[in-house]
Write a protein that binds this ligand. Structure first.
Ligand SMILES: Nc1nc2c(ncn2[C@@H]2O[C@H](COP(=O)(O)OP(=O)(O)OP(=O)(O)O)[C@@H](O)[C@H]2O)c(=O)[nH]1
Ligand SMILES: [Mg+2]
Length: 445
């Protein structure tokens, strides 16, 4: 793989469609236009409607053709786009034609990677592009759009500039002999450092909302065998996702269902019924259920109204900070209504009674979590890690400064803090993470 190759890819989804879009980027993009569409000196940003020819000069399709001259293109290189009819035979023919002209099929994310390497966008914006393609719900789309637009970049730049200003001041202080440094200056530097550190700390205490929104909120349904967990999953998903049966111990492994609850992405997990069992497979299932309960953002602890509440489920309800992390739900109220639990929801997975109210409560919980979101959320673990490092260096700088250490030493920690910030946008030494980031992309972007 070489950065100087001219690359191409089908940028629209594979398979039969109205239109298929091919994108070509690199020094030979213009040449492909000449060879396939007969346009020798294409006008940039102009839509041509032309006959495409294959390598033998045979008419292939009628296509819309566009050309962008680097650096004014997505990748920063010369780019050609062929919008052909989305038939399988046409797609195959265009691919073989582009290959025969010496272009190479692009790796996943290679167009965006070139855009990043040519300074068209920074790393958080590139991640925003991957996220907007993966967005399945309204809230994910909105968050991805914010990041693609540079919300996190702007914040990172502002912090970086503030740090550099403090650093410049400290360097000016070096010229003062120790005894001459006015005390109010020291106080001012500390105030600046503390304010910045506090702002970063506040940003980090976001309950991982941005990451949760990107990955989907994890909700686990737990309870005794036969409580109706799988029935509830199916009622919430409005389809037969999980096997339901009158036999206790039906569900063994975790079954995940993706849901859109009021625009929020939810990963709902059906789990094995909790009970003491000699069955090896079932007890592995129960172990997995309890692990999932510990990891989940919210647990739905389900009780069977036709039986007395079981100890294991009651314990689970109380272990996990009660209603902070768990909803108590009583099922099968179509048959019995004697079970009463504090703050519980009462439903029938079978008749659908109470399901809408339960969904509303889940949506309200998700909304509360997100309403606390900062304007430029951290959407990946790596953002959080870098910002944490940055803040740790700031705290060290503050301690050193308070202890009367020379400004040179304090400055060193501030420099390291700046460097940690620069990793978020990819302004410094990020070669080690680029492959990981761009591997997640689809081909053609
Ligand atoms: N009457 C009534 N029966 C229900 C309701 N929900 C579930 N059931 C029945 O309860 C039985 C168990 O339902 P499941 O959904 O398989 O229960 P589960 O909790 O997933 O059970 P395990 O996977 O074995 O742990 C089935 O016979 C369901 O038809 C309900 O709301 N009302
Ligand atoms: Mg089940």
């Amino acid at each position: 793989m070489s950065g100087s190759d001219t690359i191409y890819a089908l940028s629209s989804a594979a398979g039969r469609a109205g239109v298929a879009v091919f994108r070509v980027s690199g020094a030979n993009a213009k040449f492909t236009l000449g060879a396939m569409a007969g346009v020798q000196n294409p006008k940039a940003r102009h839509a041509y409607f032309l006959k495409l020819k294959n390598q033998n000069g045979e008419h292939l399709d009628d296509a819309l053709v566009l050309y962008f001259t680097g650096p004014n293109s997505f990748t920063g290189e010369d780019v050609a786009e062929f919008h052909v009819h989305g038939g399988r035979a046409i797609i195959t023919a265009v691919q073989s034609c582009l290959s025969s002209l010496g272009c190479r099929m692009a790796e996943p994310g290679e167009f965006t990677r070139r855009a990043f390497e040519n300074g068209k966008l920074d790393l958080t914006q590139a991640e925003g592009i991957a996220d907007i393609i993966d967005a399945e719900t309204e809230s994910q789309r909105a968050q991805a759009l914010k990041q693609m637009g540079g919300a996190l970049s702007l914040l990172t730049h502002r912090w970086r500039e503030q740090l550099l200003r403090i650093l410049a001041h400290l360097e000016a202080d070096i010229d003062f002999p120790d005894e001459d440094l006015p005390p109010e200056i020291t106080k001012q530097r500390l105030k600046n450092l503390n304010e910045l550190s506090a702002e970063m700390a506040a940003h980090l205490s976001d309950k991982r909302g941005g990451e949760r929104l990107r990955d989907g909120f994890s909700i686990a349904v737990l309870g005794a065998p036969n409580a109706g967990k799988s029935s509830l999953i199916n009622a919430l998903a409005q389809r037969d996702a999980a096997i339901v049966s009158a036999r206790a111990g039906t569900t063994r492994d975790i079954i995940e269902v993706h849901l859109d609850v009021a625009g929020y992405p939810v990963i709902l997990a059906d789990t094995a019924g909790l009970r003491d069992t000699g069955d090896e497979i079932e007890s592995e299932g129960i172990k997995r259920a309890l692990n999932r309960a510990a990891e989940a953002d919210l647990n739905i602890v389900l009780f069977d109204a036709t039986a007395a509440p079981d100890e294991t489920s009651l314990k689970l309800l109380n272990d996990n900070n009660g209603r902070d992390k768990s909803f108590a739900v009583v099922n099968k109220i179509d048959v019995a209504n004697t079970t009463k639990l504090p703050n519980a929801f009462y439903i029938s997975a079978q008749s659908g009674k109470g399901i809408a109210e339960l969904l509303d409560a889940i949506a309200a919980r998700l909304k509360t979590m997100l309403d606390e979101q900062p304007a430029a959320p951290l959407t990946r673990e790596r953002h959080r890690e870098a910002l944490t490092h940055c803040q740790q260096h700031l705290l060290r700088a503050i301690t050193a400064y308070q202890a009367g250490k020379p400004p040179e030493l304090v400055g060193e920690d501030i420099r390291l803090a700046t460097r940690a910030l620069a990793r978020i946008t990819g302004a410094v030494d990020v070669d080690d993470i680029l492959d990981i980031i761009f591997r997640e992309f689809c081909i053609g972007k």
